[in-house]
Design a protein around this ligand. Structure first.
Ligand code: GTP
Ligand code: MG
Ligand code: ZN
Length: 282
């Protein structure tokens, strides 16, 4: 029978098939070829032996979070507690866009800011929306639900930003565990410790464990294509938009067409590749 992996807890893979759930183990052959089943995978299972026999080719996959066949990534970013990081935000966006995963940015904890503090984020919010990345507050639930209709959506973001809280806002009866960040960080642990798909009838959302650090998951030569607003038609085909002559992106920046923090973050990511250990091996 064909089904989808909806939950993984240690070595127990829960597969949903025709409305039934089966707790399965993957066959040993996957380990031998270095293939680890992920939440979101479409799999063939044997319901008598409760084994996963094969995994369908993936449309896409992420490493962090560990998910496959995703339509949309909701990039959950807090405006405070933990502090807003435009660098992490741009990195999370870059990591998904070339995989045909549509990013949506959801900003949390705006209620902990004063009106003035919140208004400082308005130009940033407007900018991301203007380049086609929907960006909204976690209070704008109806807008969010309309954007994700019919999709398999993963949440991604640092630990403590409010991923599970967002799911609870949409469906309070799920009552997912959440924890104050000072407590969570004090325990040195993430509150959500496994990856699981939740069914909301109109859409599916994957809750995932947060992270404290994130690596780039793109080849260096593709990074410039993962900044959606960059016009890569520079004089040199392989222009990295740093100091090259005839650089369109530098022109865009000077004309105010690119948000300064986006370009700075791009440059910082280019620098990150200098640390060879962070270069994705693919
Ligand atoms: N004031 C306020 N608190 C929030 C908001 N969103 C989340 N929180 C709080 O932030 C803390 C962390 O929220 P979680 O939902 O557990 O965060 P998480 O992203 O799921 O964290 P991990 O599971 O560790 O990755 C909890 O105490 C939440 O109540 C928000 O919009 N406003
Ligand atoms: Mg959580
Ligand atoms: Zn250039």
């Amino acid at each position: 029978m064909t089904g989808r992996i909806i939950k993984i807890i240690s070595n127990k893979y829960t597969v949903s098939c025709n409305g039934e759930k089966y707790d399965c183990l993957p066959r040993g052959k996957f380990r031998h070829i270095g293939l680890t089943p992920k939440v979101g995978d479409i799999v063939e299972i044997d319901t008598s032996t409760l084994t996963i026999d094969s995994i369908e080719p993936r449309i896409n996959e992420l490493k962090r979070p560990e998910v496959a066949n995703i339509d949309i990534a909701i990039i959950v970013t807090s405006l405070t507690r933990p502090d807003f990081s435009s660098y992490l935000l741009d990195k999370m966006i870059a990591n998904v866009v070339l995989k045909d995963i549509k990013p949506i940015v959801v900003l949390t904890k705006g209620d902990l800011l004063t009106k003035e503090e919140l208004s400082e984020f308005k130009p940033i919010i407007d900018y991301y929306n203007s380049i086609g990345i929907p960006t909204l507050l976690n209070s704008e639930l109806d807008k969010l639900k309309a954007l994700i209709k019919g999709s398999l959506v993963t949440l991604t973001g640092q630990t403590g930003v409010g991923k599970s809280t967002l799911i609870n806002k949409i469906k309070p009866e799920l009552n997912l565990e959440t924890n104050d960040i000072s407590e969570a960080l004090g325990r040195g642990k993430h509150t959500t410790r496994h990856t699981e798909i939740y069914d909301f009838n109109d859409f599916f959302i994957v809750d995932t464990p947060g992270f404290s650090a994130l690596d780039l998951d793109i080849l260096k030569e593709n990074l410039r294509f993962s900044f959606v607003e960059f016009d890569n038609s520079c004089k040199f085909n392989d222009c990295m938009h740093i100091n090259e002559k005839g650089c369109r992106v530098k022109e865009q920046l000077e004309n105010g067409e690119i948000l300064a923090s986006r370009y700075e973050n791009y440059k910082r990511m280019v620098d990150e590749y200098e640390d060879i250990s962070k270069y994705p091996k693919k």
